[in-house]
Design a protein around this ligand. Structure first.
Ligand code: PBG
Length: 337
């Protein structure tokens, strides 16, 4: 008996495999494409010159001084990567309870913005608006005597930080702190200070994720994270509707773009946010996602090049317009080769 007699339904009129048979038809029906235009490269920056430091939990990612940041910016521009997101590694002596270093016009983040713009004026520069690199306790805001992060007091400082980034030449400020009302307050002060075209990328749905571990090692905020978690402001990974609520508020307050973070375990949220709001939607494939991929590549358990591109393509398929990823440089190299 041939197979055919046992198969019912629209077969053989419909054979899904016909279109998969040849490369040309696979290309013609491909729904999602990944290009360097989709990528944002996060970089950890250090004071000084000629410095590079490895980050043990993020093999292949380094903290670099501003001269190396400039070289990297030139190279990323050649690769076609549109933007860099900078994260300053602040020395312990500059950290305070009130995080005043966050808005120092001569601070490391501010200098890093200028360094990139001097080297490659057309490179998009995105800055992180949050206080954790600058507080002695590693929380994203200013705390009271019980360690609770004070919302409104923190927002006042975030406004100053965002405006100082804009003054230094940032194109996009990205509040990743999850305080209430910060998008509207920052927008208002950007307008008032003449920075009407500086965009806000709101980390609207930022979850209290354990996938951020390696990042906290990279910026040196892990050791002193008082309280051990950020549950009173970042979102519970169990929640979906709350993310939609957060996105709605941030868009209403004036966000130009929104971020979902982390990436791969949260793609259901990305899909829903993109469908409901249609706004420019970005995904942060975070440090822990990078670390677990790298661990598997180093062990020879996964094939590096193909898995990197697959992971990013799938994030795009979920509805993302772009991806902030530590793989941005290697992915752009692969896409250019
Ligand atoms: C700080 C910030 C964090 C990340 C980006 N900005 C850490 C945190 O919220 O604890 C994490 C990024 C990553 O894991 O790659 N506000």
């Amino acid at each position: 008996m041939s197979d055919k007699t046992l198969i019912r339904g629209p077969f053989p009129a419909t054979r899904m495999r016909r279109m998969r048979r040849e490369d040309f038809s696979r290309r013609l029906m491909r729904e999602t494409t990944l290009t360097p235009d989709d990528l944002i490269y996060p970089m950890f920056v250090l004071e000084g010159t000629g410095h590079r430091e490895a980050i043990p939990s993020m093999p292949g990612v380094e903290r670099v001084s501003l001269d190396i940041l400039q070289q990297e910016a030139r190279y990323l521009n050649q690769l076609g990567v549109p933007a860099i997101a900078i994260f300053p590694v602040t020395s312990a002596d500059k950290k305070t309870e009130d995080a005043s270093e966050a808005y120092n016009p001569g601070g490391l983040a501010q200098n890093a913005i200028k360094a990139i713009k001097d080297a490659v004026p057309e490179m998009g520069v995105i800055t992180d608006v949050a206080l954790d690199p600058f507080t002695t306790h590693g929380q994203d805001g200013i705390i009271d005597k019980d360690g609770y992060v004070l919302n409104d007091r923190t927002v006042e400082t975030l406004i100053k930080q965002a405006v100082s980034h804009a003054e230094a030449g940032a194109d996009i400020v990205a509040p990743s702190d999850m305080m209430d009302g910060r998008i509207g307050s920052i927008r208002e002060q950007l307008e008032a200070s003449g920075h009407i075209n500086v965009c806000i990328l709101a980390y609207s749905a930022k979850y209290a994720s354990a996938y951020y571990g390696p990042f906290r090692d990279a910026v040196g905020s892990a050791a002193n994270l008082k309280g051990g978690n950020k549950f009173t402001y970042q979102m519970d990974p169990a929640n979906r509707l709350e993310a939609l609520h957060e996105v709605a508020l941030d868009l209403q307050e004036g966000a130009d773009m929104i971020m979902i973070k982390p990436g791969m375990p949260y793609l259901d949220i990305v899909r829903e946010v993109k469908e409901q709001f249609g706004a420019p939607t970005f995904v942060y494939q975070v440090s822990g996602e990078y670390a677990m991929h790298m661990a598997a590549f180093e062990k020879g358990w996964l094939s590096k090049e193909t898995v990197i591109l697959e992971s990013l393509k799938c994030i795009k398929r979920s509805g993302a317009d772009g991806i902030l990823t530590y793989f941005a440089k290697s992915a752009a190299e692969l896409l250019n080769s």
